[in-house]
Structure formats: structure tokens, C-alpha cells
Design a protein around this ligand. Structure first.
Ligand code: 5GP
Length: 212
């Protein structure tokens, strides 16, 4: 059975990276995490092809022109986009493919593929988000402030999402995300073959009952 495309977004500092990493570990082989292309520079420790495909603006625009991206968006003056090939291959192989992308991209995916579930991972409260951003220690207070301001703007779009998952305890959040994805598989429209098989069997049985 073909896999499902799943979009996960959340505020910077909500811990969505940790949740997705744990989900991939816990259900090894079940999920594939899409690797995006971006025009931003690699951060320390980031590896080409693992965190991102790092591209120049010109290269990225060529990818757009050739129709190689499922979606793309500009975020803090850099391009970010999802390459089509990897997603297609993995969906075809029956894996559920997770896109960890920002809101604009998420809404574009929804427009192009309306069946795609959009998950929003949020901390239990704004105060907790602030604590986590400060707790990271690596960020200057101006960066923390900028992220909180952005979170306030992004929160306007939360109602556009299909599912809200609170990340209080990571392990619980991982289980919740997995549960939601399992439920997506159970939707009737994703099980058309099974539905018509049961319908057919019952019709046959009904006819036999009449004949008896
Ligand atoms: P960062 O630069 O911190 O790695 O990512 C910045 C934002 O870009 C994050 O919200 C991340 O989820 C988002 N992002 C990463 N890859 C993509 C992508 O392929 N498309 C879109 N629309 N957003 C992405």
C-alpha cells in the first residue's frame, strides 16, 4: 500500500526536531523523513544531503523551473523546498513520508494535495516556549525575542492545521503523532479496495440469502 504524506510544523523551540527524530528511531523503517533543499548556509555539524541539500539561489531557482519541488517557500530571506523524487520513491515503497516544513509550505502542500494531514506541534504554553528558547543557552536574548515574535505571528495559522499535538513529554508526543498517522491510514477513502471487497462479498451473500 502506498504511504501517506504527512506535514509537521511548529514554532522554533517547540521541539519538533526532537519529536521527529525519536519517531524515526522508535518506528524504524516505517517512516521516511524528507530532506529539503535550501539556500541558507550550513550550520556547524550539518552535512550535505543529511540535514539539507545546500544550493545556491541560482541552482534552487533551476529546481523550481524544472518542476523538481513539491513545494517551496521563502523563510527569513532564504529558499526552502521539498524535492519531489525522494518523496515519490518512498511513498511508492509504502513508507509514510514526513515533511518538516514551515507554515507557508504546509499550506501549499494542502492546496496541491488536500488529503495530506497537517500536524502542528506546540509547547504546552507560551511561557514554556520562552523557557525552552532561553534554556537552549546558545541563543542571544535578541534571537529569543525574534523567535517569540515569529511564533505569535505563526500562531495565527494554527487553525488551518488538522491536528494539534502538545509536546510536553517527548515520548508522549511521539506516541500521539504515531497514533494520528495510524488513524489516517484507517480513513475509509484510503481503503477503497477493502471497502469495495467487503461491499462485494456482502452483496453476494445477500443474493444467496434471497435464493435460499
Ligand atoms: P532552519 O533554517 O532552522 O533549518 O529551518 C527554518 C524553517 O524552514 C523551519 O521552520 C523548517 O521547518 C522550514 N523548512 C525546512 N525545510 C523546508 C522545506 O522544504 N519547505 C518549507 N516550506 N519549509 C522548510
Amino acid at each position: 500500500m502506498r504511504g501517506i504524506l504527512i506535514v509537521v510544523s511548529g514554532f522554533s523551540g517547540a521541539g519538533k526536531g526532537t519529536v521527529i527524530k525519536r519517531l524515526m528511531e522508535k518506528y524504524e523503517g516505517r517512516y521516511a523523513l524528507s530532506v529539503s533543499a535550501t539556500t541558507r548556509n550550513p550550520r556547524e555539524g550539518e552535512i550535505e544531503g543529511r540535514e539539507y541539500f545546500f544550493r545556491t539561489e541560482e541552482e534552487f531557482e533551476e529546481m523550481i523551473a524544472r518542476g523538481e519541488l513539491i513545494e517551496y517557500a521563502k523563510y527569513v530571506s532564504h529558499y526552502y523546498g521539498t524535492p519531489k523524487a525522494y518523496v515519490e520513491q518512498n511513498l511508492e515503497a509504502g513508507k509514510d513520508v514526513i515533511l518538516e516544513i514551515e507554515i507557508q509550505g504546509a499550506l501549499n502542500v494542502k492546496k496541491a494535495f488536500p488529503d495530506t494531514p497537517l500536524l502542528f506541534i506546540a509547547p504546552p504554553s507560551a511561557q514554556e516556549l520562552r523557557n525552552r528558547l532561553i534554556g537552549r543557552g546558545s541563543e542571544k536574548i535578541s534571537v529569543v525575542k525574534a523567535r517569540l515574535k515569529r511564533a505569535a505571528e505563526e500562531s495565527e495559522y494554527m487553525p488551518e492545521y488538522d491536528y494539534l499535538v502538545i509536546n510536553d513529554i517527548v515520548e508522549d508526543c511521539v506516541d500521539e503523532v504515531h497514533k494520528i498517522i495510524c488513524m489516517e491510514h484507517n480513513k475509509c477513502f484510503r481503503n477503497k479496495e477493502l471497502v469495495s471487497k467487503i461491499q462485494g462479498e456482502l452483496k453476494e451473500m445477500k443474493n444467496r440469502l434471497i435464493d435460499d
